[in-house]
Design a protein around this ligand. Structure first.
Ligand code: ADP
Length: 209
């Protein structure tokens, strides 16, 4: 199963992705995590991304698409994957389309987690408190000012991505305001019906039109 998770910062993408990893045994590809590793390792990409991330701005499309393309080549993606945090712009969605078409691996489903924006601040604050309590470092962008910027970056760029997947008939909106298990079961229901329609035998070439 090839899944894209969409949703603003704090929507619960990472939490639900973890559930999907355990349930379906497919890898979780988070561009945020990949970029944070690149920053920690101070690779060339990490050095380019660091200041942008700390300011809550997006890293350039080609940089992120390059990281994703490389990751998708690894053998664990053959049986499927969960993309989290990518694509975030229409250009990224188009790049992804090219990468997946070349690999004959069409996206099966796009799940958009819908949340009340007022709840996002509390969720991010909770995440920062949990990290502190566990002695982990708090993300440099998990603070109220940068969060505002991240949410507005997200909202400003995501609409054409949502429209794009909607026009392909892949988009499913899920209410992300319930508790974790409730959201997971909404996602499960969508994935079951998606699997049913995939198995109904539409050719891969048709799914790239
Ligand atoms: P968020 O909770 O804000 O969605 P992520 O962990 O997904 O957090 O991403 C953190 C930061 O990494 C973003 O604010 C952005 O700077 C960068 N980033 C992650 N994914 C992308 C992407 N697809 N395109 C551009 N920048 C990205």
């Amino acid at each position: 199963m090839r899944i894209i998770l969409l949703g603003p910062p704090g929507a619960g993408k990472g939490t639900q992705a973890q559930y999907l990893v355990e349930t379906y045994g497919i890898p979780h590809l988070s561009t945020g995590d990949m970029l944070r590793s690149a920053v920690a390792a101070q690779t060339e990409i990490g050095k380019k991304a660091e200041a942008l991330m700390t300011a809550g701005q997006l890293v350039p499309d080609d940089v992120v698409a390059g990281i994703v393309a490389e990751r998708l080549e690894r053998p664990d993606c053959k049986t499927g994957f969960i993309l989290d945090g990518f694509p975030r712009t229409l250009v990224q969605a188009q790049e992804l389309h090219k990468i997946l078409r070349a690999a004959a691996m069409p996206i099966d489903v796009v799940i958009s987690l819908q949340v009340d924006e007022h709840a996002l601040g509390n969720r991010i604050e909770g995440r920062a408190m949990e990290a502190r309590a566990a002695g982990r470092e708090v993300r440099s962008d998990d603070n109220p000012e940068v969060l505002k910027r991240r949410v507005s970056e997200y909202n400003g760029k995501i609409s054409p991505v949502v429209e794009y997947y909607d026009s392909l008939g892949l988009l499913h909106a899920v209410n992300g305001m319930g508790d974790i298990a409730a959201v997971s079961s909404l996602i499960d229901a969508i994935l079951s019906s998606t699997r049913f329609s995939i198995n109904s035998g539409q050719q891969i070439a048709d799914r790239f039109k």
